[in-house]
Design a binder for this molecule. Structure first.
Ligand code: HPA
Ligand code: ZN
Length: 372
């Protein structure tokens, strides 16, 4: 990066720079000793990710490697051609490619490698806790055993806990374009692995597949002491968010963008402290917003909503968690204080226990004090 003449000159005299900083820090109480760029500030802040589909982390390079190993053809001639297909007009455009790509995953090792690649990547981004969705029906409908899927994912999560210090929770999603009977069957299979699963969720094509369609299976999951979350208000109306709250008794709403059209709904979300897991680059790529500058995040924060920043399907939407923080920070001109609030929200909104949440929020505060 080219610096201007003044910056270059002053950088020749680190002592002078230090004296100036000390002076400003002491007398103006503005610049601390070590002011980070916004990119470095975002990169270093400890954070959690709460809205991440593991199948959405499947990078074309790994996909191509696993496809070859399993003798599976992908529709596209080259990785470049595949990446060019990532030009979506809406959620369904994306889901068509996402389900097709997941079709190359066959063995336990495949699920392990995909999950491990994500965890290694976000370890470099100072992600310390991940709550991860997986879609068993995408695989069991192709004849892959439920155990193959969950064993591979779980093994990678354990490795990340032991080798990278990343803690995690697993959230099993039902595909809402399928019927409730299929979801109930999937829940039964999952109960054998109850110790590995924290919550159930609802994803896939939202419009015409309201939360009410899954009321019974969510009631069954609740009876098994599983927590509940649901995608709602991404493409669907505010009414679907009400249904997620009232019928599915969700602890969090995934996306939730369309809550802003309903003042009573906003009041309810604020009063009950129901978090929204917002995904800026996903919203841009799937045309939920036309421009990040028009993204509702700022408005959501101003209304007192507990919002968090997440990557959704990073291999498809052009960025992992830090790229999402950075893109929305630049678009909405967020301050370091805002970023600190969002990072603290990511722990407050998590399924970690209260003591761990407090500990992590203190760490974020400390980081802010040292680097603001
Ligand atoms: N919305 C709904 N279903 C999904 C998504 C999403 O953003 N990503 C993966 N499955
Ligand atoms: Zn999602």
């Amino acid at each position: 990066m080219r610096r201007n003449v003044k910056e270059r000159d002053i950088s020749l005299y680190p002592d002078i720079q230090m004296i100036i900083r000390c002076y400003m820090s002491l007398f103006l109480n503005k610049l601390p000793m070590n002011t980070l760029s916004i990119e470095d500030f975002i990169s270093g802040i400890p954070k959690a990710e709460l809205h991440l589909h593991i199948e959405g982390t499947f990078e074309p390079e790994l996909m191509s490697k696993i496809a070859k190993r399993n003798n599976k053809k992908i529709k596209y001639q080259s990785i470049e051609e595949l990446k060019q297909a990532y030009n979506f007009n809406n959620l369904q455009d994306f889901l068509n490619i996402y389900y097709e790509s997941a079709g190359v995953l066959i063995e336990e090792q495949d699920f392990y490698e995909m999950t491990w690649a994500y965890l290694k990547k976000v370890h470099t981004q100072n992600l310390v806790h991940a709550e991860i969705f997986f879609d068993p029906q995408t695989h069991t409908d192709r004849g892959i055993k439920f155990s193959t899927v969950i064993d591979g994912i779980h093994r990678a999560l354990e490795d990340a806990r032991n080798k990278l210090g990343i803690s995690s929770k697993l959230i099993m999603c039902f595909l809402r374009h399928l019927d409730e009977e299929a979801a109930i069957h999937t829940l039964k299979e999952a109960l054998e692995y109850k110790d590995w699963i924290t919550a159930v969720g609802l994803d896939s094509s939202e419009v015409y597949n309201p939360p009410s369609k899954f009321q019974r299976v969510f009631e069954k999951a609740k009876k098994e002491n599983l927590l509940t979350v649901a995608h709602a208000g991404e493409e669907g109306p505010a009414e679907y968010i009400w249904e997620a709250l009232r019928l599915l008794k969700v602890s969090r709403v995934d996306h939730g963008n369309h809550c802003l059209v309903d003042e009573n709904l906003i009041k309810e979300l604020v009063k009950k402290k129901i978090p929204l897991t917002v995904c800026p680059l996903s919203n841009l790529k799937l045309k939920v917003v036309q421009d990040l500058k028009q993204h509702p995040l700022r408005k959501m924060m101003d209304k007192g909503l507990l919002v968090t920043i997440n990557s959704d399907d990073p291999a498809y939407f052009g960025g992992y968690v830090n790229e999402n923080y950075l893109a929305i920070t630049k678009a909405l001109n967020l301050s370091k204080e805002d970023i600190c609030q969002l990072a603290k929200n990511s722990f407050a909104a998590s399924f970690l226990d209260e003591e761990k949440k407090q500990q992590m929020m203190k760490q974020v505060d400390k980081y802010y004090q040292e680097n603001r």
